[in-house]
Design a binder for this molecule. Structure first.
Ligand code: NAD
Ligand code: ZN
Length: 385
């Protein structure tokens, strides 16, 4: 079958790979109908992780069940399902507590499993024609038959729950003011979640005009372009004293060595800690911070430039002085995807406006490049094998 294969920094190719097979009686195989490209894929795509060439990408997967393992009881051939990006067993201590992003069974020695992701276990990605879903009764969320809401349901694999998670980590409540750094797909879903939850004021911070427009249009957010002036000052001009809650939906961003030579380029703006420090500055004393943006741990065994990514210059003293609380980590998709699915079915939420492209698998290499460049008008890209 065809699949999107990582070839090396800034290069993916559509190549022939082996079809997945049932490996355990708890597995199902699905025919992929939609698999999305994610900002998390870019950490590997940009060559900043230990991902080896040959990995099949794709952790945001949806499709139709075609084969069912003998021990699977709740799924049958023909079912339409979406799989959380987390692979989880459902019965370890963390899964039982709802922390399915930190399952201890699927990827021993590491916190949690995922499809098509470095260090996240032996689970091949779904940017392909087919996918194996382990512990399928637990991991596959059933969807109504047909093809209605295909785009919106595909977002249940990751970014809609992850945006929601960002607001949960910050304990966002109706009436709160909130600043959301990043208007990429995750930040936009966090802003949309804040709107659904009844936030009184939403600030969306980015530099890509088309993304800021979406935040304004669909989330009633005040757009803040951080290239025009210090975003913290811009927010404080509108809302003195600091906002109640903050979300970092940016995560680690690389300093571009090619652009560093350019005088107009300010690497300080790209410093991996800049967003976290801005977040601490933007939120009021005793406010709460949700950090779904992805950071990597310091790894003494890795090449220096990768190891160093874990060392962030965070102003912990300011966090202490302001007495803020914070939450971070992988989204536990299972904790939210059923409720968010039902909001979509009942017409009370429709996050599909974040989708800018639905293209064939063959177009993946070109779309990876455009999404990585945060090109105007390229927001969420869905692949359809
Ligand atoms: P993305 O990487 O395109 O989004 C990041 C956005 O931040 C971009 O629009 C970019 O222009 C903007 N940005 C860059 N520097 C900024 C700055 N200094 N201030 C404000 N905005 C800035 O794509 P995404 O899919 O939205 O991913 C966002 C982050 O969420 C990534 O780190 C990704 O790995 C992470 N993520 C985490 C989880 C989780 O489970 N915790 C799940 C999915 C994605
Ligand atoms: Zn993702």
């Amino acid at each position: 079958m065809d699949a999107v294969v990582y070839k090396g920094p800034h290069e993916v190719a559509v190549e022939e790979v082996d079809e997945p097979e049932i490996e355990h009686p708890n597995d199902v195989i699905i025919d992929i109908t939609t698999s999305c490209i994610c900002g998390s894929d870019l950490h590997m795509y940009e060559g900043r992780t230990a991902a080896e060439p040959g990995i099949v990408f794709g952790h945001e997967n949806m499709g139709i069940v075609t084969e069912v393992g003998d021990a699977v009881s709740d799924l049958e051939e023909g079912d339409r399902v979406v799989a959380p990006f987390n692979v989880a067993c459902g019965f370890c201590e963390n899964c039982e507590d709802g922390y399915t992003g930190f399952c201890t069974n699927v990827n021993p020695g590491f916190a949690g499993g995922a499809y098509g992701y470095v260090a996240m276990g032996p689970y091949t990605g779904g940017q392909a024609e087919q996918l194996r879903i382990p512990y399928a009764d637990f991991n596959a969320l059933k969807l109504p038959e047909g093809d209605e809401h295909e785009d919106a349901f595909a977002l249940l694999a990751d970014i809609f729950p992850t945006g929601w998670h960002g607001t949960e980590l910050a304990n966002l409540e109706a009436g709160d003011s909130v600043a959301i750094y990043g208007a990429g797909p995750v930040g936009l879903m966090a802003a949309y979640s804040a709107k659904i939850k009844g936030a009184a004021e939403i600030y969306s911070i980015d530099r890509v005009p088309s993304r800021l427009d979406l935040a304004e249009q669909h989330c009633d957010a005040t757009p803040i372009n951080f290239e025009e002036a210090d975003p913290v000052e811009q927010i404080k001009d509108e809302h003195g004293g600091g906002v109640d809650k903050g979300v970092d939906a940016v995560g680690y961003q690389a300093i571009d060595p090619e652009k560093e030579a350019d005088e107009a380029y300010d690497p300080a703006r790209e410093n991996p800690a800049v967003v976290l420090n801005n977040l601490i500055r933007t939120v009021k004393p005793t406010g709460e911070l949700g950090i779904p943006g992805l950071y990597v741990p310091e790894d003494p065994g890795a090449p220096d430039e990768i190891a160093a990514q874990g060392r962030l210059g965070i102003d912990f003293g300011l966090l202490f002085e302001k007495g803020q609380k914070l939450g971070t980590g992988q989204c536990n998709v299972k904790s939210y995807n059923r409720e968010l699915r039902d909001l979509i079915i009942e017409g009370r939420a429709d996050p599909s406006w974040v989708v800018s492209h639905r293209v064939s698998l063959e177009e993946a290499p070109e779309m990876y490049q455009k999404f990585d460049n945060r090109e105007e008008g390229v927001t969420k890209v869905l692949l359809e094998p």
